[in-house]
Design a protein around this ligand. Structure first.
Ligand code: GLN
Length: 541
């Protein structure tokens, strides 16, 4: 029977619940257990697909096309298990399902209430399609004390009662701030947060304290006493230099051992963490380095391109190279400052994006990369901008653009039905932005003898997509005559999936998001190859 571990957070948000859950999952996996990690998000959006990256960070896309919370990306990268639509739920989704049922008359005239209807729905989600997993780790988004978290906390409280306390474990993450003025670590916020949790009926079994400084025994004792948690179960987590160090640091704190003790499962004291140590060492101590410019709109927010940043680090791991991410605000790129900025870089990456703002800066950067032989990687929006740049400057279509930016252009990028009569793409109403994209895994067929075929070393690939607009295949021949090859197409030959420039150090655009499938122990071939090209470029510079 599966055992359930619930991870909540208190005091402040951004304590690293996602990484703690992912690290615990990785440690339990190393001990030979089968795990699954799920995320329960208390916000009212049905999914994060329509949320602004400034507010919510990256939208992570699963194989089966769900737009989910970025923590699912951490889970995938740490456990190498692909998440599915059914590993992330939001309050919005819960209510939308319940209201649909209510409209259908499923409740037979009964009053529909938070308890039991909403809580039952959440409880069902927690344990649905659990097969032979030993542990289900459920992270609860938000912070204890938020109004919107309440139904989720109530549901996990009931769940532990239903399943038996011995089969459930509550981990609570809190902050132990250091007060410079008095030179002290403060435990009071933790005490209050646990008090809040206990008032809902949840007694945490393990408390993980996020702290800048190591917590001395006296403070741990205080937390243990006030929060009613065994002293050995009061653990600390101090900032790590790379996230791949997190499992090592949690193991040092004996998190995995404490969890197994709680469930009365026998365990070996030592586990082999060498694979985590190896990648941590490469990430932190590689002598060689490359500077990769990420040109985007949301560069000031670290979480906006989470999977991309990690995939670049993975590319660095496979090349034993440190990857410095140079974040460049596309709005600020002008012809006049381009040269100064670009000469510091050994590779340019334009990630996914939406809307007109900053697009011209990206197009300028692509032109620079094309003409100056700097490795260039365009992902989704980045590939679309590369097409626009080539259409304007190689095909001399001066008003070439994407219909995403308005209709007064030659749409080399457009919605399918705008330029292919009778072949309308199947999707929802255009007025409704949620869930109207090409999402999740789609196949692409790779042309023989191309650069991309050498990188993937296979004829057919499956990659995750998240976009509405497509490159117009009608321009294929014209582009190819100028050396921009359409080297990957959808199996029906209708949708361009990959373009590459001949006679260039490395110039590839992909309509999909390879970053979602990259793993630290299995770096994505496109990122490995891109970083290798950047390294070569740097050496020749
Ligand atoms: N905005 C573009 C589209 O919808 C690209 C999306 C993306 O980069 N994910 O097609």
């Amino acid at each position: 029977m599966a055992r359930y571990i619930f991870v909540t957070g208190g005091v402040v948000s951004s304590l690293g619940k996602g990484l703690s859950s992912a690290s615990l999952a990785a440690l339990l996996q190393l001990r030979g257990f089968k795990i699954r990690v799920r995320k329960l998000d208390p916000y009212l959006n049905v999914d994060p697909g329509t949320m602004n990256p400034f507010q919510h960070g990256e939208v992570f896309v699963t194989d089966d096309g769900a737009e989910t919370d970025l923590d699912l990306g951490h889970y995938e990268r740490f456990t190498d298990i692909s998440a599915t639509k059914s590993d992330n739920i939001t309050t919005g989704e819960v209510y939308s399902d319940i209201i649909k049922k209510e409209r259908r008359g499923d409740f037979l005239g009964g009053t529909v209430q938070v308890i039991p209807h909403v809580t039952n729905h959440i409880k069902k989600f927690i344990s649905h399609s659990v097969k032979d997993e030993d542990f289900i780790i459920c992270e609860i988004g938000g912070t204890v004390g938020d109004i919107e978290s309440l139904p989720f906390l109530e549901a996990i409280r009931q769940f532990s009662n239903d399943q038996g306390e011995e089969n459930c474990l509550f981990i609570h993450l809190t902050l132990v701030p250091f007060m410079k003025a008095s030179g002290e670590l403060k435990t009071k916020p933790t005490q209050h947060s646990v008090k809040e949790l206990r008032s809902i009926g949840i007694q945490p079994n393990i408390i993980i304290c996020r702290t800048e400084k190591s917590i001395p025994k006296a403070e741990r004792q205080k937390i243990s006493l006030f929060c009613n948690v065994k002293i050995e179960n009061v653990l600390q987590t101090i900032d790590v230099k790379t996230i791949y160090e997190a499992p090592i640091s949690f193991n040092k704190e004996k998190l995995d051992q404490r969890v197994l003790e709680h469930f009365k499962i026998k365990y070996k004291k030592q586990i082999n963490l060498s694979k985590w140590k190896k990648i941590t060492n490469i990430v932190l101590n590689s002598k060689k380095h490359v500077n990769i410019g990420i040109i985007g709109k949301y560069v000031n927010l670290k979480d906006a391109y989470k999977s991309l940043d990690e995939a670049l680090v993975h590319g660095g791991i496979s090349n034993k190279t440190k990857v410095n991410l140079v974040r460049i605000e596309s709005d600020k790129l002008k012809k006049s400052n381009l040269n100064n900025i670009m000469t510091q870089l050994s590779g340019i990456l334009i990630p996914g994006g939406f809307g007109k703002r900053g697009a011209e800066g990206k197009i300028e950067a692509i032109r620079y990369a094309r003409l100056n032989n700097i490795p260039f990687f365009g992902i989704c929006f980045g590939m679309q901008m590369a097409i626009i740049e080539a259409a304007r400057n190689l095909l001399k279509i001066s008003n070439a653009s994407s219909s995403e930016f308005g209709n007064s252009c030659t749409p080399v990028i457009g919605l399918l039905h705008e330029w292919q009569k009778g072949k309308k793409m199947i999707k929802g109403s255009e007025k409704n932005l949620g869930g109207t994209m090409r999402l999740g895994l789609y196949d692409a067929v790779i042309s023989k003898g191309t650069h991309i075929s050498k990188i993937y070393n296979t004829k057919r690939i499956k990659e995750r997509h998240r976009h509405r607009y497509e490159v117009n295949i009608d321009y294929k021949d014209a582009f190819e005559k100028k050396g921009l090859i359409f080297s990957g197409l959808s199996p029906d030959g209708f949708l361009p999936e990959i373009v590459e420039l001949k006679n260039h150090s490395w110039f590839i655009g992909v309509q999909f998001h390879p970053e979602f499938k990259s793993r630290p122990f299995n770096p994505h071939p496109l990122f490995s190859s891109f970083i290798k090209a950047a390294k070569n470029y740097q050496e020749k510079k």
